[in-house]
Design a binder for this molecule. Structure first.
Ligand code: BT5
Length: 246
């Protein structure tokens, strides 16, 4: 199956455009891509630095299964992107990891992020940003790009739609999440390691044990208890220790 794609020179945000089109009756599936964004966004109202040469794309889907499963699309998208980068730069595969819940890392630094958004009428948008050519400095989590490997946005977009369809089929509207989860865990960053988890108003430390059946992060606390994190930002605990020492 071929999914339509509309490519723009510049947009405020490919996610915002996909949601606008959905409001005007677009049913999808449809990819929206732009060479540049003026208001690229991350989770929780954060900004996504969007320089030309990088990849900005969003896939609009209409009512893909039940709403409680939609956050799992972060895992689906991260896997599809991992597959697509591996198709183009296979020798990189051992250095590529997926960080919970929505980032891709190259040698421990973030080069891509995923943003899932939905409107109230059942439209769901899977937004993907990849630093192909450049990356910002001074980010909370160290950033990098694929520049040294010459992985262009165009080359990546030639693989990503097909890889996304495969991972969506595996997910099967949530019925196949156990297969998605297993594939994700096989590529996960920090599994079995000590993490710092930043939540809205506090932080937790613990060992990243696994994902629960819905995709929550299972954290073994120093007290021995196990807690599930539904949303947050994770960092290696060692980085926290370094930051405190500085
Ligand atoms: C994300 O959010 O990682 C999701 C990013 C999704 C961007 C795509 S681009 C296409 C589509 N259209 C959009 O408008 N958005 C999507 P989050 O985990 O909240 O990470 C955001 C944080 O990462 C920021 O607060 C910065 O610290 C950092 N950051 C910003 N730009 C970055 C970049 N280009 N590379 C690496 N880190 C970045």
């Amino acid at each position: 199956m071929n999914v339509r794609l509309i490519a723009y020179e510049v947009l405020d945000s490919t996610n915002a455009e996909a949601l606008r089109l959905a409001r005007h009756g677009e049913q999808g599936p449809l990819w929206i891509a732009a060479r540049r964004q003026t208001a690229g966004r991350g989770r929780r109202g954060r900004a996504w630095t969007s320089e030309p040469g990088n990849l900005f794309a969003s896939l609009l889907l209409a009512s893909p299964g039940r709403a409680e499963h939609w956050p799992q699309l972060s895992f689906v998208a991260a896997l599809a992107l991992h597959d697509a980068v591996g198709d183009i730069a296979g020798r990189l595969a051992p250095d590529l990891r997926i960080k919970w819940p929505n980032d891709l890392l190259l040698r421990g630094a973030k080069f891509a992020g995923v943003l899932i958004e939905a409107d109230g009428d059942g439209a769901v948008v899977i937004g993907i940003g990849v630093n192909c050519a450049s990356h910002p400095s001074g980010t909370d989590y160290p950033a990098t790009s694929l520049a040294e490997l010459a992985v262009s946005a165009e080359a990546l977009m030639s693989r990503l739609p097909a890889r996304m369809l495969e991972r969506l089929a595996q997910w099967d509207l949530g019925a196949g999440f156990s297969a998605t989860r297993a594939a994700w865990l096989a590529r996960a960053a920090g599994l079995g390691e000590d993490l710092r988890v930043r939540l809205d108003d506090h932080e937790l430390f613990g060992r990243f044990e696994s994902l629960d059946a819905a995709g929550g992060l299972l954290l073994r606390l120093p007290t021995g208890g196990l807690t599930t994190i539904a949303a947050g930002d994770v960092f290696p605990a060692a980085a926290a220790a370094r930051a405190i020492a500085c």
